[in-house]
Write a protein that binds this ligand. Structure first.
Ligand code: OXD
Ligand code: MN
Length: 598
């Protein structure tokens, strides 16, 4: 084994890197220092290996393209495991493997997996370096694509190493693309060892280990122990013309519009009111109770890993401005002028290009079964720095975060769930979060459109038994004297013909306005069986024409359908057996009583 010069005095870190290098046998070890010079070198090497393609630097300065393997285009939840010593601690909604079995199985796959390659050591901080909210990780990887993405998504380099001289606590993240073999793919989490091992994948959600793996699965486990929240939530500020900013956090399952909501542009009809939106984060919120009794939140990330298809000037003009430079595009269509395109992009459909699989493409192409061939994969992505975003919050680096007035739980439901409603109190709010459901999208491997229960949008990301997670939510309520109010939203309700009843996007500000009015006790509401719903006149509809009685349909509560829904909720809850907090059964019973009475 070569003798390496390591830029750290942290013994634990040095020993761990050496141990992992012995397992994976890389030809070389390179420490990532976060400098522009090193980034340039890595990019150049990635162009040479074919991992990246340089895009048109006049039109898209600093932008590059990457294509993943064809079988490696989304998170693979069935290959994702929580490896706690006791199976029960992972709970019924996670895949479980014993740490012993998991390490053994994975070691055999990692063994020698980096032969002929370089192992990169990425010291990174989730959250501002040194903030009491933040956590440090070190990712070892043989993928330059991973390094370059991590440089956008996290705080990397020197400052983190200095921090590691003061504290010994870091998440040990090991990744190898190995042979990208789906049959040997494993995304393993060892919360009790603060360790993540991911092998045989190159897809962002599986390999940018600071994101879902650390900031949600491992962090949720730590958050319970340390009395805070690690949630799958966007964070945004809504500024009124008098300069007052109110912040909200919102949980929606993957690819349900969190990114678009986090940076919405106020609709024309509300322009006179002079709102300004501040984007704090689009995917992950870490929240702590402060001495003022409120919940404060940071976004631990520094970039967006957003879904490309349907992103355009109408759905998300701020994102279109963000991705004009310094962006890594993954699995989009390459145009002949070396710019990029995806289904639902602005402008004309290009007459030709190279598709996400690297094959020549033309509009209207169909496969052997007659199905249209997409130019970009439905889960194609861009990785882009949050600081490029015109609506980026000026509080991104504040170690203290922002105070949260409201929490919104949302889902993609064609039927049943009204546009918006508010919980009766915190406990009922936790029940609403715990009973969230949504239709599957392209962000996860599975049957698109199928409804699945997705409490707090955390079903794929909770690093421990979800029954304990619900209990943690209930207990956190007791720690706050000024807890955020809790709401549910659904932008996706359709009419009998399947057309969306609500226009969504920027128009969602109308709903947020109502939510804030409720938080500030400015408007009353209609108390229904499921919660408080708006009086239609309290939603400002200036400049928005909806077809007849759409608002009525959007707010309609179908008792029979809700009773049916409750059956699904109960079946879901039952799997937690006696671990499910009694409070949630009580909420079920009370809801049933209310629905049956009317
Ligand atoms: C994401 C996801 O990529 O939730 O953010 O899948
Ligand atoms: Mn997400």
């Amino acid at each position: 084994m070569k003798v390496y010069k390591f830029p750290t005095r942290n013994k634990k870190l040095r020993e761990w890197v050496i141990k992992m290098a012995r397992l994976c046998s890389p030809d070389d070890i390179v420490w990532i220092d976060g400098t522009e010079e090193q980034k340039k070198i890595l990019q150049q090497e990635a162009f040479e290996t074919g991992e990246l393609t340089l895009l048109n630097q006049e039109k898209l300065p600093g932008c590059v393209l990457h294509r993943t393997a064809v079988n490696d285009v989304a998170r693979t939840e069935h290959l994702t495991f929580i490896c706690t010593r006791e199976k029960h601690d992972a709970g019924p909604t996670n895949n479980w493997m014993s740490p012993q079995a998991a390490y053994k199985k994975a070691k055999a796959v990692f063994k020698g997996s980096m032969k002929g390659r370089t192992m990169f050591v990425i010291p990174f901080s989730m959250g501002p370096v040194g903030s009491p909210f933040s956590k440090i990780g070190v990712e070892l990887t043989d993928s330059r694509y991973v390094v370059l993405n991590m440089l956008i998504m996290t705080r990397v380099g020197e400052a983190v190493l200095r921090q590691l001289e003061q504290e010994d606590n870091f998440t040990k993240c090991l990744h190898s693309k190995a042979e990208l073999d789906i049959n040997k793919r494993m995304i393993l989490h060892f919360p009790e060892d603060n360790t993540i091992w991911s092998v045989n994948s190159g897809y962002g959600g599986n390999v940018l280990l600071g994101k879902k793996c650390l900031s949600l699965r491992i962090a949720s486990f730590l958050a319970r122990r340390e009395h805070w929240f690690a949630e799958h939530m966007l964070i945004m500020g809504i500024e009124e013309p008098n300069g007052h900013i109110e912040y909200i956090a919102a949980a929606f399952p993957s690819a349900c519009g969190k990114t678009n909501l986090a940076m919405l542009v106020p609709p024309k009809g509300l322009a006179k009111k002079g709102y300004r939106i501040w984007t704090v984060g689009d995917d992950i919120a870490w929240m702590r109770v402060d001495s003022d009794g409120k919940l404060w939140a940071i976004n631990p990330e520094t970039g967006f890993f957003g879904v490309a298809p349907k992103t355009n000037m109408q759905t998300n003009p701020n994102m279109m401005a963000t991705i004009k430079k310094d962006t890594i595009f993954t699995n989009v269509l390459l145009k002949p002028d070396y710019t990029v395109w995806w289904e639902g992009a602005d402008g004309e459909v290009p007459p030709s290009g190279i598709d996400w699989q690297g094959r020549p493409w033309k509009p209207g192409m169909v496969d052997s079964e007659g199905k249209p061939v997409n130019g970009a994969h439905p889960n194609s992505r861009f990785t882009t720095p949050i600081t490029n975003c015109p609506s980026a919050s000026f509080r991104l680096d504040q170690p203290h975060g922002v105070p949260i007035s409201a929490i919104i739980f949302g889902g993609r439901r064609q039927h049943l769930a009204p546009l918006v409603y508010e919980s009766f109190n915190w406990q009922h709010g936790v029940f609403l979060g715990a009973t969230m459901a949504s239709e599957l999208t392209a962000a996860q491997v599975g049957q698109v459109g199928k409804v699945r229960r997705d409490p707090m949008a955390m079903i794929p990301f909770c690093g421990y038994n979800m029954a304990y997670y619900f209990k943690h939510w209930l207990e956190m309520g007791k720690r706050m004297s000024k807890a955020p109010r809790v709401f549910c939203a659904n932008w996706f309700r359709t009419d009998e013909k399947g057309n969306f009843l609500w226009p969504g996007f920027g128009e969602n500000l109308r709903v947020l306005e109502w939510i804030l009015d409720r938080c500030n006790n400015k408007v009353g509401a209609n108390k229904t069986d499921i919660g408080y719903i708006p009086y239609p006149t309290d939603i400002d509809m200036t400049g928005l024409e909806l077809s007849e009685n759409s608002l009525g349909k959007l707010l309609y509560i179908d008792k029979k359908a809700w009773l049916e829904e409750l059956k699904g909720v109960k079946a879901f809850f039952k799997q937690f057996k006696k671990d499910l907090p009694q409070e949630l059964w009580q909420e079920c019973e009370e809801l049933e009583k209310r629905l049956k009475k009317g």
